[in-house]
Ligand binder design. Structure first.
Ligand SMILES: [Cu+2]
Length: 131
């Protein structure tokens, strides 16, 4: 009986990770917005935990701004103007952006800011910031 429940738990955990999905709820792709831009983060199949807290199947959001390529997915995500960390577990942010075209993308990182073994990364959203 115990073995049966253990198997169920393991299968459930693996499924939760395999189906994890991160996405930008707002702004929508192609949106014309004004700065500061309110960005709302979405996450399915995993939990949010602050940086430094090692909790299974969880992580915190990183907003990638105007990147042509993803950072190295095997090491810590850089922290600079193009890689913003939300280590308190925030699920939205107000971002100052210059007028013009910008891209936004989310990448989940674990408690040590490293992407997960199966990286949880969103589609890229292209927005136009008005004068
Ligand atoms: Cu981080």
């Amino acid at each position: 009986m115990n073995k049966f429940f253990l198997s169920l738990t393991i299968i459930f955990s693996i499924n939760a990770v395999a189906s994890a999905e991160v996405f930008i709820i707002s702004p929508k792709n192609g949106a014309k917005v004004s700065s500061p831009v309110e960005v709302i983060f979405g996450l399915k199949g995993m939990g949010i935990a602050p940086a430094g807290v090692n909790f299974p199947n969880s992580g915190h959001h990183h907003l990638l701004i105007n990147l042509n390529e993803l950072p190295d997915l095997k090491s810590g995500i850089p922290a600079d103007a193009n890689h913003l960390h939300f280590g308190k577990g925030q699920t939205q942010a107000l971002i100052e952006l210059d007028p013009g075209e910008h891209t936004l993308q989310l990448l989940l990182g674990d408690w040590m800011h490293v992407p997960h073994e199966v990286p949880v990364v969103s589609e890229k959203v292209k927005i136009f910031v008005l004068d």
